[in-house]
Design a protein around this ligand. Structure first.
Ligand code: URA
Length: 194
């Protein structure tokens, strides 16, 4: 898998990271794209990382507010969590051109920022939704089918955290039959955080 590129980030707070993100080379490639930084409660101890904002997220400046976000809210609700009990961000802080999933190369560039983000939030558990974010965080090329449902510890910029990879809600909207497996992953996640 592509190794995370080295970026010398200075941010020591979330506000600083948000500001610093706008100055990065990856941001410069999307000159007019608004930043979609995060939503929810950074003190909740529970972090959720998606792939990239879509059109509605870009419009509102908040992650997971479109159709996939509505399903994510229902999935979280099923384990008793609302938006104030989680902190949500994405691997990409910008909507990719053409709504693509971030490429492996982009993921390598985005990962240092995500690592710093995780280190500042210090979650006690992290739910990675979708192959792109799970692969980036676990630094693997294995597909989501193979890696979902199993806790794996990562170290993000000095902060150790267990990661539960699961399916992306946009995928579950297309393949509702997979909700059974996603439900198992959510229960495992819920057991660890409660
Ligand atoms: N899909 C994602 O991965 N993230 C969002 O914020 C919205 C849709």
């Amino acid at each position: 898998p592509p190794r995370p590129v080295r970026i010398d980030l200075k941010a020591k707070t979330l506000a600083e990271l948000r500001a610093e993100s706008e100055t990065l080379e990856i941001a410069a490639r999307r000159p007019r794209a608004p930043l979609v930084f995060a939503d929810g409660n950074p003190d909740s101890g529970v972090m959720i990382v998606g792939e990239a904002p879509g059109a509605e997220e870009e419009r509102q400046g908040r992650p997971f507010v479109g159709p996939a976000g509505q399903l994510l809210d229902r999935m979280l609700g099923a384990i008793g969590l609302d938006r104030e009990q989680v902190y949500i961000t994405n691997l990409s802080l910008w909507r990719p051109v053409g709504n693509r999933v971030p490429s492996a190369q982009e993921a390598a560039e985005l990962l240092p920022v995500l690592h710093r983000h995780i280190a500042l939030v210090k979650p006690r558990a992290l739910l990675a939704v979708g192959g792109a974010s799970a692969k980036a965080l676990l630094e693997t090329t294995s597909g989501i089918m193979r890696i979902r449902g199993r806790w794996q510890d990562i170290e993000a910029d000095g902060h150790k955290v267990p990661v539960m990879p699961t399916f992306h809600p946009a995928y579950l909207l297309r393949e509702p039959v997979q909700k059974r497996l996603a439900w198992r992953d959510l229960l495992a996640f819920s057991a660890r955080i409660s």
